[in-house]
Ligand binder design. Structure first.
Ligand code: GRF
Length: 219
């Protein structure tokens, strides 16, 4: 049997897992987590929402739900390392068990990843390892794939390269080529929201262990 990876994540006992969610846009994945966390059986509470920009719908969703927010814009810091340190500090202050990158459109720096290693979950709108990066939906479409989907994975130092936790599949139709991938992305997001809620809930309640690249969540 392979040895347990040192980054195994034990779930907190006797209390809900503390989540910090990072966002950059409309925040529909965040909303799905907010709705799920309203049920104590979900096993997690969102203690803060962080963003890399102001004036986004995701922050309004957090505020409506009474969740504290913070914003760190790259342009307000002398360089990316300083921005990453500020983001790391704000997240660390909330003492999260898990950090969820839900449509956060910045690459996290080495300092951030070290601080929360094995506990950062990202959602990506393609079937990794195919089509990583910021244009996963349109890259898949341009390649002519017939199925695509979404991937919930742990974050490591690469771009969308971390161990895969779960994936959801979405069929591509001929009509998807007509609108630049908008309708396809919406169908992916419908699957993605359910998958993210399911995975984050399971991690919060059961934890995980990693063997080689495989993430195991106890049944
Ligand atoms: C999701 O598809 C996510 O995977 C991608 O951007 C989208 C964010 O959507 N990176 P939302 O802000 O949660 O509505």
């Amino acid at each position: 049997m392979a040895a347990a990876h040192p980054l195994a994540f034990p779930p907190p006992s006797g209390r809900p897992a503390r989540l910090v969610v990072l966002v950059s846009g409309s925040g529909t994945n965040l909303q799905a987590l907010i709705d799920a966390a309203a049920d104590p059986a979900f096993g997690a509470e969102i203690v803060a929402v962080g963003a890399d920009r102001d004036g986004i719908a995701a922050l309004e969703r957090a505020e409506r739900a009474g969740i504290p927010t913070f914003v760190h814009r790259v342009k307000d810091h002398p360089d990316r390392t300083a921005w990453d340190a500020a983001l790391t500090g704000s997240v660390r202050q909330r003492q999260p068990d898990l950090v969820v990158s839900a449509g956060f459109m910045k690459i996290l720096g080495a300092g951030f990843i070290d601080a929360f290693a094995g506990r950062i979950v990202n959602t990506h709108p393609a079937l990794l390892p195919a089509f990583p990066g910021a244009h996963g939906v349109t890259d898949a479409l341009a390649h002519g794939v017939k199925v695509t989907g979404c991937t919930v994975h742990l974050v490591d130092a690469g771009v969308d390269t971390g161990p895969i936790i779960e994936q959801g599949v979405v069929r591509v139709t001929d009509a998807d080529h007509a609108d630049g991938g908008e309708a396809l992305h919406e169908r992916i997001k419908t699957v993605e929201r359910q998958l993210l809620v399911e995975v984050v809930g399971r991690l919060a309640r059961e934890g995980h262990r990693i063997e080689d690249r495989k993430v195991w969540i106890p049944a």
